[in-house]
Each structure stands twice: as C-alpha cells, then as structure tokens.
Design a protein around this ligand. Structure first.
Ligand code: EPU
Length: 340
C-alpha cells in the first residue's frame, strides 16, 4: 500500500479547490481499510475517506491527516427471486456504472439516479436522490468498518438515519464508519407512472408510452445533460445547496407575497421549496460572484469559473445564502460535505 505525501486536493475534488492532503493512500479491500485506520489511530492521525470527490469541498489549509481513496470493487448478485434481485456493490465502484449494470439487467429502483457522479459507497452518505428515487428506497444494508469498535459490522437501512440528503454518515456519526459495500434490492417489474414531472413532460413531448428502466435512464441522462454542468469539464459539485424545508405556516405566509412559489409536500407534513427557484428570484442566476458562477441551467449549482481558493467559494456561498435570507427569510444550507 503506497502512501503519498503533500497531495493537492484540488486534483481530487471536482470543485478543483483546496490545499494539500498531508498523506493520501488507496484502500482496495476492507482489510486495507482496517490496516490504514489502525495505523492512523496509533499515530494519532485523522482520517478522511474520499469517494469520487464530486460532493466534497476541500479547504485552503488542506488536510493534516490521511485521505483514503476508497477503491474497493465488486458487483455481486446475492439473491435472484422471480420478482427481485439483491445486489452487493463494493463502495469504490463508480455509481453510474453500477446503475448501468442494473439497467442492463432490466431492473428498476435506481435507474432515475443515472449520471450522478461519484462512488457507490458515497451514495448512502448523502442519501443521493434524483427524479423521484433516492438510495434509501432500495438500500437494504451497508457494510462498514467501525473505527470505534475496530470491527466490521452491517448497518441495516433503518440504522442509517436516512432523510432528505442526509444520513448518520454525515450527521451525528460522521467519521465513525468507513463504508466498504452497499446492498440493495431492485425489482423485475416495469417502472410505473406517475414519474417525476420533468420525466413525464419528456415522455409526453417525445411520445414515449412504454416505460422500461432503460427508457428512464436515457431520459434522465438527457435531462441532466441539458441542466447540469459536467464536473469533468466545468468544476462543480452538483447541487451546491439543499432544497429548503419550511413549516406549513411559513409557506402560507410566503404564498401571500409569492403566489407562484413552487412547493412540495414532505411525508412529515413540512414543505420543500426548490432552492433553485429561490436563488433565481434574487436575480443571482447566471451571475458570477468571487469566481463562482450561479449556473444558468439550475441556480442550485455553483460552477468554479475563476475561484482560486475555498475563501472565494465561501464568500460566494455566503452571498447567495444572504440574498435568499434577505428576500424570503429562509435559511438555505450547503449540500456538499467539507473535507475537514
Ligand atoms: N427551479 C427554478 N429555477 C432553477 C432551478 C429550479 O425555478 O434555477 C424550480 C423549478 O420550478 C423546478 C423545480 O425547481 O420545477 C425543481 O427543479 P429540478 O427538477 O431541476 O430539481 P432541483 O430540486 O433543483 C433536485 C436535486 C438534484 C436532482 C433533481 C432532480 C437537490 C439538492 N437537488 O434538484 O440533485 O438531480 O432534484 O431530481 O435535492 C445533486 O444533488 O447534486 C443534484 C443535482
């Protein structure tokens, strides 16, 4: 196992910012993970696990510990029944290649999450979601190395504390577990309407009436390619903000002044407001602030067009948050994690 020193994090994060990692190494097996964690503990070195770097923001001072790139591979069918297939995937596998494999098997459950950058192991961390699906809907368990008890354990779906773009892995247990594999169950039945609005609209415009996982994947790829910048070409970290969650009374109040404000019901009774819409109303869509451009395809996304530091990014972020707060009295939150 090679350990490299003073590695620029901007080369390993799609936002292309940040200082150096003091150490960096790859973990190719769960055993590697255990060895690295045990060694780091004896040397009192903090550890940060990196997937694809597409949802991570590095700081200018870098990271004074060891950054471990999760490269654990594997794609294995655990169970095949007349109605479903249960699949276990190594945490370091590319997420979209994983989705492609399941769509090639004609399975439904993750096809709407096509074209999301990053690794399979990162998917549960922020409970990735798109076009009506989220990983929490199909995930059965994750296999993890527990750095506290120094053992490998399995965490069932209910133990992961999933909610909108959230889990224990970025919440109160952040840093404790290293995900080594994920396991989900997908279905052999055809995907059934109603689909997410943008997908329904695409189907109507293009006269698509037969719904298969492949058709949904192709549609999502088309919609995403139009709306979201490719992180390999334009540095970005996908949605830079979470959609806003507000209480029903706040919505009632806001609708008096902004009757067109889009809003969606959440299972817990709260309301979700598209932050892209909120930002657009402030007039910042398409603007460049501190070298960060508010994407004109979707104002939720910030593209690094000239920022050279985390400080620039933070200044741009805070300006956007401030503009939304001043206009709507809604506090919006950053979505990508920080490498600290
Ligand atoms: N909208 C605007 N202006 C904008 C952007 C959005 O008015 O600039 C409004 C529109 O009313 C639109 C609604 O917001 O109907 C929803 O927009 P969209 O369907 O594009 O989705 P989103 O809420 O902006 C979320 C996810 C995306 C995911 C899409 C599709 C979050 C933080 N983002 O965006 O995820 O692809 O839904 O399901 O939940 C990501 O996490 O990196 C990501 C791209």
């Amino acid at each position: 196992m090679d350990i490299h020193q003073n590695i620029p994090l901007k080369n390993y994060t799609t936002m292309k910012l940040g200082g150096n990692a003091r150490f960096m190494t790859d973990a190719r097996t769960p055993d590697d993970v255990q060895k690295i964690c045990q060694n780091a503990k004896t040397q009192n070195l903090p550890i940060f696990i990196l997937g694809g770097g597409s949802n991570i923001i590095a700081h200018d001072e870098g990271y004074a510990g060891i950054v471990v790139r999760n490269r654990i591979s594997g794609f294995e069918v655990l169970e095949d029944t007349p109605s479903s297939v249960t699949i276990r995937v190594g945490a370091g596998e590319n997420w979209d290649e994983t989705v492609k494999k399941t769509v090639d098997m004609n399975l439904t459950g993750v096809e709407a999450m096509s074209n999301i950058p990053g690794t399979a192991g990162a998917a549960p961390v922020q409970n990735i979601g798109a076009y009506g699906q989220e990983i929490a809907d199909t995930l059965i368990y994750v296999e993890v190395y527990d750095t506290v008890s120094d053992t490998f354990v399995r965490l069932e779906n209910k133990d992961c504390g999933f909610s909108y773009r959230h889990s224990i892995f970025r919440g109160d247990q952040a840093g404790r577990y290293v995900i080594t594999a994920i396991c989900f169950t997908l279905f052999k039945s055809a995907p059934t309407p109603p689909f997410y609005r943008a997908i329904e609209e695409y189907f109507e415009t293009n006269n698509i009436t037969v719904f298969t996982p492949q058709v949904i994947r192709d549609t999502v790829i088309k919609i995403r390619t139009n709306k979201l910048p490719d992180p390999t070409k334009l540095p970005n970290a996908g949605s830079f903000f979470k959609n806003a969650i507000i209480e029903p009374w706040q919505l009632t109040d806001l609708l008096k002044k902004y009757p067109d404000m889009p809003n969606y019901d959440l299972p817990d009774g709260n309301k979700k407001i598209p932050t892209g819409w909120l930002i657009e109303q402030t007039g910042l869509k398409g603007e460049t602030i501190h070298g960060m451009k508010v994407h004109d395809g979707n104002a939720l996304v910030l593209i690094n067009v000239g920022a050279t530091s985390y400080t620039d990014l933070a200044a741009a972020r805070d300006e956007v948050i401030g503009a939304v707060r001043d206009t709507f009295r809604i506090h919006i939150e950053q979505e990508p994690l920080e490498l600290v």
